[in-house]
Design a protein around this ligand. Sequence first.
Ligand SMILES: [Zn+2]
Length: 142
Amino acid sequence: MLNIDSIRRGIVIDHIQPGNGFKIFQYLNLDKVDYRVALIINAISKKKGRKDIIKIENVIDLDFKFLGALDDEITINIVEDEVITEKIRLEMPDRIEGIFTCKNPRCITTNERNIVQRFSLLDRESKSYKCDYCDNIYTWEE
Ligand SMILES: [Zn+2]
């Protein structure tokens, strides 16, 4: 396992599905911040074999709907004085608005830019969502 400085005060996003760490990193614009951040790819996980981890040395607002829709097995640890003070488990939101975009070229949201993208949870087991406008089905995990 990589040896990385522990953070004093901030957030550790743990148990990220391998490959999603980079997506979350980009979504949170962590490549543009001036505080310390670390993206660890393919760390060893006892449960899953491999996982990604993001360490953020700052307390920032996280979009739990985005993270939950992407991967509800993520754990968010809030760190104060190098100790985890809070663990947040995510849930898949029933509805998502304005986060993901529908990829169906015939969907009305692709052509009309002022329509807010909306998705509804279709099946928790397969982690699939359905576009409210065209019924295309998506999972954002892979
Ligand atoms: Zn659509």
